[in-house]
Unconditional design. Structure first.
Length: 400
């Protein structure tokens, strides 16, 4: 422990202390463990010193001139009081200095979590959110210093892009959950909690029968004039007939096709079997196998699948006059046709590969048309049986 002196540290005492060849300390006579360190350079810093676990601990409070002796004494009393209650300020400070910044943690999060546990598409979205939005806003801050106010401010800054704002919030929340798991933040300290997401309107675009015919004609024309490859034409037709996600058709291999359907080893929801109707099998039968390429929708590079679907799709939808239709809307159209035809919503969910019925329920309202049609047909049959249609219609009588 420091040797107690007979001097009470004041501004006059500290400023009068002359530098020597080696640094030395002057300890306060009132507060045991409070002192000032004088370096050969003349720099003077207030110190607090204590023992814990048989070891001597010392830490700087602040430089003389930046803080006064009285402020330093008050701070020393506070810190020594914490020591009496079992705290270890020096260790806490060392831990804080070693604590990662948000940028450093993001690198670990991506390497040890995203690349090991997430699909490539999810990794890509994580990387985009981190690089474009999270790092510029809080990358240099300590991970443990991020507060709910910081998260809320970033989320609010993206209010004009509600979808993007909510995706960034989701990535941040996952990052802070992992920070708790790895012991870098206290349990239950996720600053994303209680930050409300912006409302999102699910885009519902289904192709009508007339639009489907126009799309079919556009695909046929593109096939005849050779403006699109046979693989791309087949891909869009398979999307229409199977309701698959783009990635499922894009990465489809010939070995996945069996008499039972398409045996996908890894989709968005894990391994699943997709039924292959005869119309889809006919499309596959018309495609050539590219030697050395395991993929059905072969790309330009040897052994690779096609990567650019957007440019061909824009050309085809423009030819069909469907300028607002996205590729994913083909999946919505598949689902809407199934529901409208009277197929049970549970069966539609299985066809789409939805693990939860709630996901498929977004199409439930489309069953109303089928229900109304069934009601009309049933009522017509009953009406004919009881001769309701042959009765005279009542005449409106006006009573004066």
């Amino acid at each position: 422990m420091p040797r107690q002196s007979d001097i009470r540290l004041t501004k006059r005492v500290v400023e009068a202390a002359a530098p020597k060849d080696r640094d030395y300390f002057i300890w306060d006579k009132e507060v045991k463990g409070f002192g000032v360190r004088i370096l050969p350079s003349g720099t003077k810093t207030y110190q607090v010193q204590y023992q814990m676990g048989g070891r001597l601990r010392r830490m700087s409070i602040g430089r003389h001139g930046t803080i006064t002796a009285e402020i330093a004494r008050a701070k020393a009393k506070e810190m020594l009081g914490d020591v009496c209650r079992g705290a270890n300020p020096a260790q806490d400070l060392a831990s804080y200095r070693r604590a990662p910044t948000v940028t450093e943690f993001a690198d670990r999060f991506f390497e040890q979590h995203a690349t090991e546990r997430c699909k490539p598409s999810t990794q890509k979205e994580y990387r985009r959110c981190i690089d474009l939005f999270i790092m510029p806003a809080m990358g240099t801050a300590k991970l443990m210093d991020i507060t709910r106010a910081d998260v809320s401010e970033l989320h609010h800054r993206l209010k004009d892009k509600p979808y993007q704002a909510n995706r960034v919030l989701g990535v941040l929340s996952k990052m802070f959950n992992m920070a708790e798991v790895w012991g870098l933040r206290a349990d239950g300290s996720n600053p994303c909690r209680h930050v409300a997401k912006y409302p999102e309107r699910k885009r519902e675009r289904y192709l009508s029968q007339i639009e489907l015919r126009r799309l079919g004609e556009a695909l046929n024309e593109a096939q005849r004039d050779g403006t699109e490859t046979p693989f791309m034409i087949a891909a869009f037709r398979l999307l229409i007939l199977t309701g698959c996600r783009l990635g499922e058709i894009q990465t489809l291999k010939w070995e996945y096709i069996t008499p039972l359907g398409m045996e996908l080893p890894d989709s968005k929801t894990g391994a699943r079997r997709v039924p292959l109707p005869q119309a889809a099998r006919d499309i596959l039968a018309g495609l050539s196998h590219v030697e050395g390429n395991p993929y059905v929708i072969a790309g330009k590079l040897p052994g690779a699948f096609a990567t650019d679907f957007q440019h061909p799709w824009r050309r085809i939808r423009s030819r069909a006059g469907l300028h607002d239709v996205r590729i994913h809307d083909l999946r919505h159209t598949y689902a809407s046709n199934a529901v409208s035809s009277g197929m049970p919503i549970q069966m539609v969910g299985k066809l789409l590969g939805h693990p939860q019925l709630q996901t498929t329920m977004r199409y439930a309202h489309l069953a109303d048309d089928a229900v109304r049609q069934a009601a009309e047909e049933n009522a017509a049959r009953l009406s004919a049986l009881v001769n309701i249609g042959t009765q005279e219609k009542p005449t409106l009588r006006v009573v004066r």
